[in-house]
Ligand binder design. Structure first.
Ligand code: F6P
Length: 349
């Protein structure tokens, strides 16, 4: 394919934060389009921001990315390393970029990774961002890739929980990821006909949860309770234990499913079990939707770089891919609005 321009920029590409199905789709699109259309060169930066901090690299060319679209995870590796929490971290990133001859970065990540990208851009680094997260909680984009895959995995799990719950007339609690946003719980719970869905945005009352459980039995169904890992009880109704913090100050969430299992069984007298889907939601091959979205994001990121739109992130608005500033991208989390939760609530019980 003829080169559309000879900008010949040398890019470092990195994936940061929790991995997510579709990361390899972005890497493939960025490298393929950048090489064939613009004659760019690419270097893989390993393990998130640790790569540019410590100069950890791998070769990245059209041959390396040829067959990676359906592959889960990230060929570059990932981490939650935060250069701004490390002595001279940002300066070290710039030194390593100079040593490697990198002109610019493509940073693929969620609010933390893109928050670092924004600060580096403020410090003069040429960077474009691509949003990723299974949590779907980035404010500036309608959807992130990885979310659809996670929702499909969780929905399949809920379908399976229904049959075993019905066979044993048990309550089954299914804890899903999503951190402080309830998107995965809302979508998988709706798709999987949950008896009640608990999300961080709507603090729950354990008595109402138990009422829904009993209503479900009264209708002849064994109830499925889908809870976000970050669901919160109404103040003073239940005590929840705290977890460790990561380098970005996020608490490690765990235990909501187990807590509900004990409380529901104690309060309703119904035998209850809980399942934590955990990292199963993040592993494995991306859905077709996520393969297409990640590819479109990768292509758009290279066009943004070709236009010199540094400091921007590509985003999905409706069916269009647009550019937003990294400041806007990282300004606020996208949470589940009450009206969407109310729609799901029509089917509770
Ligand atoms: O942000 C993605 C996510 O999977 C969250 O849903 C979850 O809380 C967190 O990452 C888990 O992080 P780790 O893989 O570091 O345990």
């Amino acid at each position: 394919m003829p080169s559309e321009g000879s900008l010949d920029v040398k890019f470092g590409v990195l994936t940061g934060g929790g991995d997510c199905p579709g990361l390899n789709g972005v890497i493939r699109a960025v490298v393929t389009r950048g090489t064939t259309a613009y004659g760019h060169e690419f270097v893989g930066l390993r393990d998130g921001w640790k790569g540019p901090l410590e100069g950890l690299t791998m070769p990245l060319d059209v041959e390396v990315v040829r067959n990676i679209l359906p592959v889960g995870g990230t060929i570059l590796g990932s981490s939650r390393t935060n250069p701004y929490k490390i002595d001279s971290g940002p300066a070290r990133v710039q030194e390593q970029m100079a040593r490697l001859g990198l002109d610019a970065l493509v940073a693929i990540g969620g609010e933390d990774t893109l928050g670092v990208a924004k600060k580096l851009h403020d410090d003069g680094v040429q960077v474009v961002g691509v949003p990723k997260t299974i949590d779907n909680d980035l404010g500036a984009t309608d959807f992130t890739f990885g979310f659809d895959t996670a929702v499909n995995i969780a929905t399949e799990a809920i379908d399976r929980l229904h049959t075993t719950a019905d066979s044993h007339h048990r309550v089954l609690v299914c804890e899903v990821m999503g951190r402080h946003a309830g998107w995965i719980a809302l979508h998988s719970g709706m798709a999987g006909s949950a008896s009640v869905i608990l999300i961080p945005e709507q603090p729950f009352d354990i008595d109402s949860v138990c009422d829904y459980v009993q209503q479900s039995y009264a209708k002849g169904h064994a109830p499925i309770v889908v809870t976000s890992e970050g669901a919160v009880p109404k103040e003073g109704t239940l005590s929840v234990k705290g977890g460790d913090l990561d380098a970005f100050g996020h608490v490690r969430l765990s235990g909501m499913g187990q807590l509900l299992e004990g409380e529901i069984e104690k309060r309703t007298g119904r035998e209850t079990r809980s399942t934590v889907l955990g990292h199963i939601q993040r592993g494995g091959s991306p859905t077709a939707f996520d393969r297409v979205l990640s590819t479109r994001f990768g292509l758009a990121a290279i066009e943004a770089a070709a236009d010199g739109a540094w400091g921007t992130m590509v985003a999905l608005r409706g069916t269009d891919i647009v550019r937003v500033s990294l400041s806007e991208a990282t300004a606020e989390l996208k949470l589940v609005p009450p009206e969407l939760y109310a729609q799901a609530g029509v089917f509770f019980g």
